[in-house]
Design a binder for this molecule. Structure first.
Ligand code: 2AM
Ligand code: CA
Length: 293
């Protein structure tokens, strides 16, 4: 092994990589390491900045977590591309452009260093680290880690999704009326929020109840684990959704945009379910003019 590493390092066009660790092992270890560090910083951030609006927050811990994740991943895979929330200017246009710029990459890591920053700031223990690897534009590894509950959700394309080594599968709920759903209240108060509120008004009377936990990635992981049967939100970004999407797909669920079109990294208005209530939820949002599309 050592011989091979040295040989690779000496070839001029092959960048040095210190180990033969699998993509999944690196994603899992990196998420766990970042989560451990973030946990030591709860209640201890010193700098709070506003990004796009007064409800779009960032701390130095978000930036530190991204730096840690980026350097660990690029140490193992120096030729890969990296798209992280904190490396992108705030706002939907900049996010779309960053994704466009990265879209030619063969291997692209898509990272949210803290998904649920508002919760982190308020010491509400529901936030996560989301790490996905996309190969030619399609998520092939997805890891979402909840450091508060020490739950690590991991999926590999074609190999299933797991929580603590146990294969996950989506809930069996077949009707909206027996389903527990989640949504979020978007930081974009002008455009996205009113659309989501129309959806909320239409969905709440039809379902068992709706939660807004505050971390899209964790909501998606909870669908994979069968704890929620659906989630929708307007105006999210690729780093909120890429890992969670693979978790759900590998657990038997469905992820589309709010109008039911197939998931791509560009999707911002998301609808994710156990698959069984997908049609009913698309119809409800469409009838309420709440797809945002
Ligand atoms: P964040 O904590 O990483 O910002 C909650 O409704 C979800 O919305 C969270 O996943 C949160 O992720 C995300 N979010 C918060 N502000 C946002 C913004 N300005 N644009 C898009 N998503 C945002
Ligand atoms: Ca974030």
């Amino acid at each position: 092994m050592l011989k091979r590493v040295i040989a690779l390092a000496e070839e001029p066009n092959v960048p040095f990589s210190p180990s033969g660790k699998s993509f999944t092992a690196v994603a899992v270890n990196t998420a766990a390491k970042a989560g451990e560090w973030i946990k030591t910083k709860i209640g201890a951030y010193t700098k709070l900045d506003l990004k796009y609006s007064e409800s779009d927050l960032v701390t130095e811990i978000d930036k530190g977590s991204e730096k840690l994740i980026r350097s660990l991943i690029l140490t193992h895979f120096p030729t890969h591309s990296f798209l992280g929330e904190e490396g992108v200017e705030p706002g939907p246009l900049a996010s779309a452009k960053a994704l466009e710029d990265a879209s030619g990459a063969e291997y692209l890591w898509i990272v949210d260093p803290i998904d649920g920053t508002t919760n982190f700031v308020h010491q509400f223990p529901f936030f996560s680290i989301s790490i996905a690897l996309a190969y030619k534009g399609e998520p092939v590894i997805g890891v979402v880690y909840d450091p508060n509950r020490d739950e690590l959700f991991v999926a590999e394309k074609g190999k299933g999704a797991y929580l603590h080594g146990k294969r996950m599968s989506v809930s069996a709920d077949a009707k909206l009326s027996e389903s527990l759903l989640a949504t979020g209240f978007p930081a974009d108060r002008e455009k996205a929020l009113p659309i989501n509120m129309r959806g909320l008004a239409a969905v709440v009377p039809k379902v068992r109840n709706v939660r807004n936990g505050g971390s899209a990635a964790l909501h998606m992981a909870y669908i994979a684990a069968g704890r929620l049967s659906g989630f929708w939100e307007i105006g999210l970004n690729s780093w909120d959704l890429a890992a969670g999407t693979l978790l759900i797909q590998e657990s038997g669920g469905s992820v589309t945009d709010t109008a039911g079109n197939p998931y791509t990294l560009k999707v911002r208005n998301v609808l994710a379910t156990n698959g069984k209530i997908h049609g009913e939820l698309v119809d409800t949002l469409q009838q309420a003019d709440a797809t945002g599309l």
